[in-house]
Design a protein around this ligand. Structure first.
Ligand SMILES: Cc1cc2nc3c(=O)[nH]c(=O)nc-3n(C[C@H](O)[C@H](O)[C@H](O)COP(=O)(O)OP(=O)(O)OC[C@H]3O[C@@H](n4cnc5c(N)ncnc54)[C@H](O)[C@@H]3O)c2cc1C
Length: 318
């Protein structure tokens, strides 16, 4: 694993130190470094790479490395139906609504949520029933024997970015003597209102579908943020192409650069960001290695990546 990103005298990174399989520290020189460790390990690595000139953490002149960490509210609502449902036959999400996704001025909170059908398999279902119904012992066995009558919805709610929700370095060290991540995360007023409303709405849908009993498990999913993207170097870590504002040959390409998250699963957005950063690197070529000039124009869309004769079919034109 990479233990530290090394900075040279000219405010450009020179490579990374890493620990090999025997725990020995080695150095890999590099003309540019792309960090892709996700929302906890990317900020941890940058903070652990503090050095003269960046005493507060590498690329952290804005003091935003580690901040604005987000999760999504991921409550699971389950309903018991008279008929057999056999939800194991169709995991995971196979239908969803984004009816409540955007801010609605009629509600007293910003942003919104999505509702997806989910099909927890028996072990996950047992955990949900323990949490949602307090089922245990013989009671849990009875619920599990009734598994085929249950159906579930996943509620995915947008939690806003808050500077106080953050990754810092802990006093505690890992096996290699490196400080582990300390995570501080709290729900704020808007988040609590959104979750309460969304939970109730999802339960209402389950009742309306004809369930005889409806329960819910409070849950969270999908970390993002903690090295956010932005146009202002004073309030963000990287620019729109993942290039750190402070160090011209240091990039971040993972879920940590998302400044907000919406209510959708983040994987496809992270992949789209990786494609965009990849295109930018191709377009910039060797200028990334020796120039600090930022070409901020978006790279051309590479239509030739589509299979022959498929470009434009079913897609918006640009
Ligand atoms: C159980 C589960 C279910 C999920 N389901 C979905 C889903 O259905 N849909 C969806 O969109 N998203 C889902 N997610 C979220 C999704 O997996 C993540 O958002 C996504 O993988 C993040 O991508 P990433 O490239 O930012 O980081 P990752 O995919 O986490 O990659 C980071 C990599 O960096 C490595 N790394 C970290 N630190 C170091 C270091 N110091 N040195 C070297 N390597 C390092 C890690 O080992 C890892 O391989 C799920 C997540 C979990 C845990």
């Amino acid at each position: 694993m990479v233990s530290r990103i090394q900075l040279g005298n000219d405010r450009r990174v020179t490579g990374v130190s890493y620990l090999d399989a025997d725990g020995r520290e080695r150095f890999q020189k590099a003309k540019a470094v792309v960090v892709a460790g996700y929302a906890i390990e990317t900020p941890r690595l940058l903070l652990n790479s503090a050095c003269p000139g960046f005493e507060n953490g590498l690329a952290n002149s804005s003091d935003t490395v580690g901040r604005y960490l987000m999760a999504q509210a991921g409550n699971v609502v389950s309903g018991r139906f008279e008929e057999m449902v056999r939800m194991y036959k169709a995991p995971p999400a196979h239908a969803l609504t984004e009816e409540f996704y955007e801010t609605d001025p009629k509600r007293d909170f910003a942003r919104g949520f999505a509702i997806q059908t989910v099909g927890p398999l028996p072990i996950a279902f047992a955990k949900q029933m323990m949490t949602a119904k307090g089922a245990w012992g013989w009671g849990l066995r009875r619920v599990m024997m009734d598994y085929n009558h249950w159906a579930s919805f996943g509620f995915l709610g947008e939690i806003l970015p808050h500077a106080e929700n953050r990754v810092q370095l802990a006093e505690e060290k890992d096996a290699y003597g490196l400080p582990v991540a300390k995570v501080t995360f709290n729900l704020h007023e808007n988040d609590k209102k959104l979750i309460e409303f969304g939970k109730k709405k999802t339960m209402d849908v389950m009742w309306a579908a004809g369930a005889q009993e409806v329960v819910q498990e409070a849950r969270y999913a999908h970390l993002v943020g903690a090295a956010r993207m932005g146009s202002d170097p004073k309030s963000s870590v990287v620019d729109q192409f993942g290039r750190s504002h402070d160090v011209a040959n240091l990039f971040i390409c993972d879920g940590s650069i998302m400044p907000t998250q919406g209510s959708a699963n983040p994987g496809l957005t992270i992949m789209a960001l990786a494609a965009r950063i990849g295109d930018y690197l191709i377009e910039q070529g060797s200028r990334v290695f020796d120039s600090s000039v930022r070409e901020m124009n978006a790279p051309k869309i590479r239509r030739d990546l589509s299979p022959p004769d498929t470009w434009g079919h079913g897609m918006p034109t640009f």
